[in-house]
Design a protein around this ligand. Structure first.
Ligand code: MSP
Length: 470
């Protein structure tokens, strides 16, 4: 029987259209999903949009919509299209305004309430509308959230329904330390969560009294469910309302950015512990992109969109650049200039030129078809989301080796009928083929096109794989 593998991206707020930050998480998840499919696993890859809450409601008004749902219906397809354009192989695109999802959210919250884990209390403090988050002292810099403009932080005082998060702290610590479930990686993020848990945790508000755009609290219709509670449940709800997906729970891997670590590794897991549902196995937390040394923001006007990248570098070029600059452990700076440099060096000059030279010289030569097994070392680097290391290894093992051998043996100086030259070109074709197979998760269409050029006999491509970008 096939091994099941369920992985997710965060569901993105639709107050905005997709940018390179959303793209990096989505491409990363897609690379992992595609690797698992190549290994023969039965994969379920879930992504989608987070559509309730104050921030989305305010964005709808700003965009001139009086009906928030109509606004969501306008923006959500743009995310879906962006991911389709980028060849993201998601199996389902969930929207939190889907009634089937809403129903499961209500049921789950009711269960937590029935368990005695929800009570009424007063919330007095700061709230960041940008993060949709009740802020604690440690979130504040100069009195406001440091991730969003100061006006995004508002004072709030309201009666809310609170979740007994503190009740689950010991259990969470035990699970995280055991590395069995709720396994957090990379290591630094795990230590960060453990330290915060050990420092003491307060209960959290699970409702909003003055936000209408949300799912009503089942036992108190005067309040709506806090948008994060609704959003986190998407991972579970999709497996419940989609036919044949029930067995995919618990999730094997959640991939997300560092700013939403706490929600995913503590609050989400505690909610599931409360109702006795198995908790996700692994959560990977990555860092952030900065652009030309600065935080990416609309007001600075430095936001890069996936469309912009695709125009210059094509779909696979974009996927390759985004994956190889993935900010895994630390924030990573990207710039159009560096993207161009990397694209020209690795794809246009190196891989592209090599394929063009070998196919021209070797056209018509027979190639044996043999089964290629995915290299374990490359696979484990991808599993750890070390994409730059993984692609460097692929280039080193198969592409650079061919380049070196060709420059040593100079087949272009030999007669076409020379047996040694033919042997070398067939060998080169086979090596390129192995490289292309390993690059499938990163550049699915181009890699397949390369595999086809070396299928049975060497063929010359109709046009170059990667045009140089200036
Ligand atoms: N809606 C919530 C998530 C709910 S999941 C149950 C949310 N949405 S978001 O639209 O703000 O997306 C946040 C995610 O986008 C980050 O966690 C990260 O995956 C990605 N990124 C957004 N900006 C980013 C960068 N500058 N760099 C890298 N990734 C970033 O939070």
């Amino acid at each position: 029987m096939k091994n099941k593998f369920f992985l997710t991206t965060p569901i993105y707020y639709i107050n905005d259209i997709p940018h390179i930050g959303h793209t990096c998480t989505t491409v990363a998840t897609d690379v992992v999903a595609r690797l698992h499919r190549l290994k023969g696993d039965d994969v379920f890859f879930l992504t989608g949009t987070d559509e309730h809450g104050q921030k989305v409601a305010e964005s709808a008004i700003k965009a001139g919509f009086s009906d928030v749902k109509a606004y969501c219906d306008d923006i959500a397809p743009r995310f879906k299209k962006a991911w389709k354009d980028l060849d993201i192989s998601f199996d389902y695109f969930i929207r939190t305004t889907e009634p089937k999802h809403e129903k499961i959210v209500e049921e789950l919250l009711q269960k937590i309430y029935d368990k005695g884990d929800i009570y009424k209390d007063k919330y007095e403090g700061k709230y960041c509308v940008g993060c949709e988050k009740f802020l604690t002292e440690s979130d504040l810099v100069d009195g406001h959230c440091n991730l969003h403009p100061p006006e995004s932080t508002v004072d709030q005082s309201e009666e809310n329904w609170f979740f007994k998060l503190s009740k689950y702290v010991d259990k969470l610590i035990e699970l995280i330390e055991n590395n069995q479930t709720n396994y957090i990686f990379p290591e630094g993020k795990k230590s960060e969560v453990l330290a915060k848990l050990k420092a003491g945790v307060r209960d959290v508000s699970f409702s909003r009294a003055n936000v209408e755009w949300g799912i009503p609290i089942p036992w108190d219709k005067s309040q709506t469910i806090y948008v994060w509670v609704d959003a986190l449940i998407n991972y579970y709800s999709a497996t419940q309302f989609l036919e044949g997906k029930g067995d995919f729970w618990p999730a094997d891997l959640h991939i997300l950015g560092k700013e939403i670590l706490w929600f995913h590794t503590v609050i989400w897991q505690a909610m599931l512990l409360s109702v006795g549902i198995e908790i996700p196995k692994k959560t990977f937390i990555h860092s952030f992109y900065t652009i030309d040394g600065q935080k990416m923001s609309k007001s600075l006007g430095n936001v890069i969109s996936p469309g912009q990248l695709m125009k210059l570098f094509g779909v696979d070029g974009t996927r390759f650049l985004v994956a190889t600059s993935f900010p895994r452990d630390n924030d990573g700076d990207v710039s159009m200039a560096r993207f161009k440099e990397k694209y020209n060096a690795d794809l246009a000059n190196n891989l592209g030129n090599l394929v063009s030279r070998v196919t021209k010289m070797g056209q018509g030569l027979k190639i044996e078809t043999s089964q290629i097994d995915y290299d374990n070392q490359v696979a484990s680097l991808i599993g750890e989301l070390k994409f730059d290391d993984a692609t460097n290894l692929i280039f080193d093992k198969w592409i650079n080796t061919v380049n070196t051998k060709l420059s040593q043996e100079e087949p272009w100086k030999k007669e076409e009928s020379d047996k040694g030259r033919q042997k070398l070109l067939v060998w080169s074709g086979q090596q390129i083929k192995i490289a292309a197979y390993h690059l499938l998760p990163f550049m699915p269409k181009t890699s397949q096109a390369v595999l086809d050029l070396f299928e049975k006999e060497i063929k010359v491509p109709e046009k170059g794989l990667f045009g140089r970008v200036s």
